[in-house]
Design a protein around this ligand. Structure first.
Ligand SMILES: [Zn+2]
Length: 109
């Protein structure tokens, strides 16, 4: 991988970390305990609970993505970064741009 590609990847990862952070902050707000029936009415409370379940799943996903991105950023400085952990070939740059945390090429994934 060229230095330019590494820099590009670093920018992508940093940007996505920021985006994920914001997403997590918003989802934390949305997954706060739902107000009791008498405060918002029964039907809207059920809606709120359903949404909360969806948002909680999304929060978990984002947290795991966040960790993967952080790890990718750490590994970016390592010499073998961008090489497939199975066959040793270079992982396609386009693939790394989409999933910077991947350690395998398309064939070995
Ligand atoms: Zn491979």
């Amino acid at each position: 991988m060229t230095k330019q590609e590494l820099n590009e990847l670093r920018e992508i990862i940093e940007r996505r970390i920021e985006e994920t952070k914001e997403e997590i902050a918003q989802l934390k707000e949305l997954t706060k305990p739902v107000a009791p029936d008498n405060a918002i009415g029964r039907l809207s409370r059920m809606d709120a609970i359903n949404n909360k379940t969806i948002n909680e799943a999304s929060l978990r996903e984002n947290k795991s993505k966040f960790q993967k991105l952080e790890r990718a950023l750490e590994r970016l400085g390592e010499e073998q970064f961008g090489d497939c952990s199975k066959c040793g070939e270079s992982i396609a740059f386009g693939r790394l741009k989409i999933m910077p945390w991947t350690t395998r090429c398309v064939r070995c994934a």
